[in-house]
Write a protein that binds this ligand. Structure first.
Ligand code: SF4
Length: 337
């Protein structure tokens, strides 16, 4: 699929896009926890509200304790991301990952490609060496953030000090080559055009063809509160973007309706437009809520199951690698071995 063909998909109306999508019956979610270790950030992106909030940095003990508390409550996936904090380095992350993985079997999904690029550079290490040390400490999956829009003219406007698009893709390629899976995001609905979104999706599809290392794609609608912008994508634009993502990224296992940023109603509708995963129970999330997300800070699994059933789909709990653990068929629960 060419960039031009992807642009043409964006020009279709929502109904037409809906008709092109092969509906999946099963929608997955995980029992997970989002842990944000710090918001102290020297990159200061214009799109970011998170770094403008009261500054905090969790100690290693605090991150480990939040993680173990979440695991005790059932979490199988720990999503640990933060900022570009000049006071932190590889040893902080190594200790966190080592201590968590020695005490539980939950999958550590942590750091975006932008964070990896920043901290490796700060430590004067190659990305390969940096990732290899974190893998030995227990890192299994990279988080998908920091991608924003993978077009440098857009990045120069919204996040001029963050890694450029080639650097972001390079970190992901090296991670995949070294056995670390990852997700990928796209933050849309700010200064970018539909062509920019098309280029972003095209680059991800191409990298996935080479490495096969991406698990899920997460389209993130921009929330402008406390940022330098006032743009906000409409619900129709959000649903169309999810539908186009599903059609273009047919080589990704999952397209997430990230309910934290979509809101619960739109997340439910998105399940009819190509989204086949709801992320998870999430727990205490700080980043999207800094930018004005009005959703609850966490949801019990029962609420996710109800939401999926309301969309006339079959809920299934998955692990961080998208292996199905339990299918909630009718009112029965089937445990997958
Ligand atoms: S988006 Fe990330 S890198 Fe940019 S200012 Fe916010 S925390 Fe820092």
């Amino acid at each position: 699929m060419s960039i031009r063909e992807i642009e043409e998909l964006f020009a279709k109306d929502l109904h037409e896009l809906g008709c092109l999508i092969k509906a999946e019956k099963i929608v997955t979610f995980s029992i997970n926890a989002h842990i944000n270790y710090s918001n102290v950030c020297e990159t200061k992106c214009k799109i970011c509200a998170y770094h403008r909030k009261k500054q905090f940095t969790l100690s290693v003990d605090e991150v480990v304790s939040e993680a173990l508390k979440a695991v005790k409550a059932g979490a199988t996936e720990l999503h640990i991301v933060g900022s570009h904090n000049p006071e932190l380095g590889i040893e902080y992350f190594e200790e966190i990952f080592r201590r968590i993985s020695s005490q539980c079997s939950a999958t550590i999904k942590a750091l975006t490609a932008a964070e990896v690029h920043y901290y490796a550079k700060k430590e004067k290490m190659s990305v390969r060496e940096f990732l290899s040390r974190l893998k030995s400490a227990g890192l299994k999956i990279l988080a998908g953030g920091g991608a924003e829009i993978l077009v440098d003219s857009v990045r120069k406007e919204i996040c001029p000090r963050k890694c450029n698009s080639e650097e972001w893709l390079r970190v992901m390629r090296i991670a995949h080559e070294n056995g670390i899976k990852s997700n990928a995001t796209m933050l849309f609905g700010h200064v970018e055009s539909k062509r920019h979104r098309a280029i972003h999706l095209y680059k991800l599809r191409k990298l996935q063809e080479k490495t096969g290392g991406f698990l899920a794609f997460i389209p993130l609608p921009f929330h402008p509160e406390e940022t330098e912008y006032s743009f906000k994508p409409s619900p129709v634009d959000i649903l169309k973007t999810i539908a186009v993502s599903r059609l273009v990224l047919s080589n990704f296992r999952a397209i997430k309706a990230y309910w934290v940023m979509l809101g619960l109603e739109l997340a439910e509708i998105a399940l009819s437009y190509g989204a086949n995963d709801l992320d998870g129970t999430v727990g205490y999330e700080r980043i999207a809520h800094s930018a004005g997300a009005k959703t609850p800070v966490g949801l019990p699994a029962e609420d996710l199951i109800r939401l999926i059933r309301n969309a006339n789909k079959i809920p299934a709990e998955r692990d961080a690698f998208f292996n199905i653990l339990r299918v909630y068929e009718d009112r029965e629960v089937r445990i997958c071995e």
